[in-house]
Design a protein around this ligand. Sequence first.
Ligand code: FE2
Ligand code: FE2
Length: 346
Amino acid sequence: MTKENILVIDDELAPRESIRMVLKDKYTVSTATGAHEGLDMMSEKSVDLVVMDIKMPVMDGITALQQIKKKHPDTEVVLLTAYASLDTARDAIRFGAFDYLLKPFDKDNVLLVVEKGLKKRRANKGLQMERDILLDRATYLEEQVDSARSNIMKYYEGTVEALNSTIDAKDHYTFNHSSRVAQLSSQLAAAFGVDEKTTKEIKHAASIHDIGKVGIEENILNKNGKLTDDEYELIKKHPVIGARIIQSIPFLEEAIPVVLYHHERYDGKGYPEGIEGENIPLVARIVGVADAVDAMMSDRPYRDALSIDKVSNELKRCSGIQFDSKMVDLILSGKVSLDWLTKKSD
Ligand SMILES: [Fe+2]
Ligand SMILES: [Fe+2]
């Protein structure tokens, strides 16, 4: 076992040397002639215990004690004192001194006090090590949780992607509609000041908002002409069908409000439930606007895509009626741009 390091600080040669002589066989002893020199030495190499005179020029032992405890809280300090400053030495205990030795000192007593101080230091070191081990373990567990979480995210994203392609494969007219709505929804959410995590959730939810269309007949979805009332009623079922599909997938739960309510209208005249205003979940109000905007900006069998100007006019006309005016304002004010939607490649 390596010997423990002891530093003796005293401006007078005689006591400094005699303490060194007493301790040198059992410990590695260094000496300093003043507090500054001692502190410098301590910043170079670690010291387990300091034996230091109280009365020293330039910096006295009590001031030095406080500095040592501040910079090296684990180092124990034993003070040397003449009978005249005994009260000061006793007071020094509250500044963190371990004990004091009264001059002239007795050799056995020096060894005893120093050994006791080191014992305390060893116990503290042991505690410190245990604390470090626990901290290491906690960090390890945190990493495990993080990696599990990112695995779940990967599954989530994979599942969303697969569902997304399922809708696109079925509904030919709206190829890539889901991912554009996801993009625009997350832009609206971010511009509205929604936090990053929720914005990401909205993006995922938006990309499967029409998942219920997998339950609608393809010839209705892809009909080359106006829908009959009955056909339209069938199409209107896709939010409820979609919510039913994803409710059995635990990590898609957050997408339910979007899937179920993206066709609700601010004036309460939407479907499936006809809820109105702020009763419609924010996420669904956001996706609702994005969905309508992308629909207007896409070619349909019965009409060409609308220009940005026409879309803006339509948004203005329906603001607060069909759409949440707060979302409409984000677009009309230019905070969220629609330019990229005109350059889509479908
Ligand atoms: Fe829809
Ligand atoms: Fe849609």
